[in-house]
Design a protein around this ligand. Structure first.
Ligand code: ADP
Length: 166
């Protein structure tokens, strides 16, 4: 059974993340989504909120899946590659939106390979329909009262609107 580990902040989960997860699920038997919960990052949503929003997205993906895949959610507060090892993954999945992602991700992949040579990094190119989506811009749009429904699932857009009204 081939397992993939897909790490990120998921603050909050976007259509871009969901696209990568769905495509990883088409290839791997088990996909563990790792939510980085480093205190210094001051997230908009706490770990449990991010887990709950992600779980609902995974439920929707499971019901529309073309083949069986087990989804798991893990949180980590250290190195993502160590979390991937602890999750028993053979593959580390990252999404690539543009050249900036590529430069950063290529460097990260090299350093991760030095630390954990048994884990292979695989890049999935962003799908054209979601390539422009970035969680930090979604948060900014929500903070300025904009509509985030083009970028995130309805329950996430709801949570964003509720959070900025608090
Ligand atoms: P963001 O970069 O949007 O704040 P994360 O830090 O959680 O989100 O990113 C986690 C992973 O998801 C990274 O590999 C990133 O390249 C990928 N990713 C994020 N948004 C997209 C997108 N719209 N399309 C493809 N991959 C994406």
């Amino acid at each position: 059974m081939k397992s993939a580990f897909y790490p990120g902040s998921f603050d909050p989960v976007t259509h871009g993340h969901a696209d990568i997860i769905a495509r990883a699920a088409a290839v791997f038997d088990r996909v563990v989504i790792g939510i980085g919960v480093h205190d210094a990052k001051r997230p908009m949503f706490n770990a449990q909120e991010r887990i709950d929003m992600l779980q609902k997205v995974l439920d929707d993906l499971s019901s529309n899946a073309r083949r069986p895949c087990t989804f798991e959610i893990a949180t980590f507060d250290g190195l993502a590659i160590v979390a991937a090892q602890e999750a028993g993954a053979q593959v580390f999945v990252r999404g690539l939106r543009d050249g900036t992602d590529l430069d950063y991700e290529a460097q990260l992949a090299g350093m991760n390979a030095a630390m954990a040579p048994q884990i292979e990094t695989i890049f999935l190119p962003a799908s054209p329909t979601v390539r422009h989506i970035a969680a930090n811009l979604v948060r900014q749009i929500a903070t300025m009262g904009g509509d985030t429904t083009p970028f995130v699932a309805a329950h996430v857009a709801h949570a964003l609107a509720a959070r900025v009204q608090q």
